[in-house]
Design a protein around this ligand. Structure first.
Ligand SMILES: Cc1ncc(COP(=O)(O)O)c(C=O)c1O
Length: 365
């Protein structure tokens, strides 16, 4: 490879920042000592506290989970399927937020899938499917293909009016745009650590609203999810009072060391500034892509998008991705075309380099 790589693929895998890298090195150097001391527990808790701040809640409402798939599977199994038996989702979900609900069919649930139009899911289509038999509405806050963003407040208002819970897959939004679970009133929200949180994989988070925690049943008990993890001779399993009851055993400590530092970096910069920078850079990129003759699939309105810009042209998207890779630019592609992800750490010159490369690869868009 002739060039240093520029990562514009946070929607696939984000870049590890220098602070997280240093924290990982330090942790590894120290591992023999740490192994003997339970000093990792405070580090793990601190990472959860930072994530809680990022999404506008308290640490007690956040559990450490390896990834979104695990979080969705846990919530799916913690719900009781009774008279309320339908789950509403969309045809724009990643399998992590689809398979667990499909499996609920074996327990008598039905799954209703809202149809997208032009890589967007219209709220009216969801309104048509949600009714008083809906147990849960589950959607990606930002879809992994076109980058279309749902309005969480409207979605929660609509779902709650009919008594349904809302599960949000925030894997393409947490770390890119502001999130406030208290304001939007979501019931569950999950994300992984290696995309917009810019850390290593396997150190994700699940938020469970205090309003719903006691309506769920625990099905996967572990010492870390018990009321008192220090007790080893209890005869009964008593679960923690908050979201920690979704935790099981020893977590991926190295992963939480990295994500904890990456979260602090985001919080120091400030999520308002992160979001503003991302929306400005992506807005500029979309205008330039228009000028080059590409068909931009991502919505233009700021409130309907985040850090993903997807576009199609006359060349095959896979070929464009490979050609860009040869020029030192990492992006990816989905059924919505070439997918560029712009994080707040990406520089204006990198976007100029991307545009110059696209002009060379696809002179006619
Ligand atoms: C929206 C979305 N959700 C979930 C996932 C996968 O999450 P995990 O591997 O953490 O289960 C992806 C991966 O691309 C994604 O884009």
């Amino acid at each position: 490879m002739k060039h240093a790589m520029t990562n514009m693929d946070a929607a696939g895998a984000g870049s590890l920042g220098p602070e997280a890298r240093r924290a990982i090195d330090m942790f590894l150097r120290d591992w023999d000592k740490r192994m003997m001391l339970p000093s990792w527990l405070p580090t793990y808790k601190r990472a959860k506290e930072s994530f809680a701040r990022l999404i506008g809640t308290e640490e007690n409402s956040v559990a450490g989970v390896p990834n979104v798939s695990t979080a969705a599977g846990m919530v799916a199994n913690a719900l009781s399927v009774g008279p309320r038996s339908s789950v509403v989702t969309s045809d724009m979900e990643f399998p992590s937020n689809y398979y667990p609900w499909i499996l609920c069919r074996r327990r008598g649930a039905t799954v209703k899938v809202a149809k997208s139009r032009g890589f967007r899911v219209p709220l009216e289509e969801l309104e048509r499917l949600i009714d008083d038999r809906t147990i849960l509405v589950t959607l990606s806050h930002v879809t992994y293909t076109s980058g279309f963003r749902h309005d969480l407040e409207k979605l929660c208002r609509l779902s709650h009016r009919l008594g349904a819970f809302v599960f949000v897959d925030a894997h393409q939004s947490a770390g890119a745009i502001r999130l406030d679970v208290t304001e939007s009133d979501v019931d569950f929200l999950a994300t992984g650590s290696s995309k917009w949180l810019s850390a290593l994989p396997g150190a994700g988070f699940l938020y469970v609203s205090p309003k719903v925690i006691d309506k769920l049943h625990t099905f996967l008990p572990g010492w870390l999810g018990s009321a008192d993890p220090a007790t080893v001779d209890a005869e009964e399993f008593v679960e923690a009072d908050g979201a920690r009851r979704f935790e099981t055993g020893t977590p991926n400590i190295l992963g939480y060391v990295a994500v904890g530092v990456a979260l602090e970096r985001l919080l120091d910069f400030g999520m308002e500034r992160v979001e503003e920078r991302i929306l400005s850079l992506t807005g500029w990129l979309m205008e330039e892509l228009d000028g080059l003759g590409f068909d931009v699939v991502t919505p233009r309105e700021r409130r309907l998008r985040a850090g993903i810009v997807s576009f199609k042209g006359s060349s095959d998207s896979g070929v464009v991705v490979s050609e860009l890779f040869e020029r030192g630019i990492k992006v990816s592609h989905t059924e919505a075309g070439v997918r560029v992800s712009i994080h707040y750490t990406n520089k204006e010159e990198e976007i100029e380099h991307l545009l110059k490369s696209l002009r060379e690869i696809c002179p006619a868009g």
